[in-house]
Design a protein. Structure first.
Length: 94
């Protein structure tokens, strides 16, 4: 099912942790039969109050820096734990 949803995966610069997290989110979405636009970004882009993302996934280390964001922000404890990602994506996306 194609969701009209933009998901940000976030890390400090948008080129390390966020890219790995994006790859794993893409895998989980495929397993769930869902299609969404997933973008790896840095904190500066994700923290914008007018962010177009409906869902933001980030590690606990960067969560407090995303306070001004109006998107749903979800903490991810392990970017490698596909079961955790699946649980959190199912909860957020329905």
């Amino acid at each position: 099912m194609n969701l009209n949803v933009l998901i940000y995966t976030v890390c400090g610069a948008g080129i390390g942790t966020s890219v790995i997290l994006k790859s794993n989110v893409d895998k989980v979405l495929e397993q769930l039969g869902l299609v969404a636009d997933v973008k790896a970004v840095g904190i500066a882009e994700a923290a914008q109050p007018n962010s177009p993302a409906q869902l933001v996934l980030a590690t606990p280390e960067v969560l407090e820096q995303l306070g001004g964001n109006y998107s749903e922000v979800v903490s991810v404890d392990s970017i490698f734990d596909l079961a955790e990602l699946r649980e959190k994506l199912e909860r957020s996306l329905g």
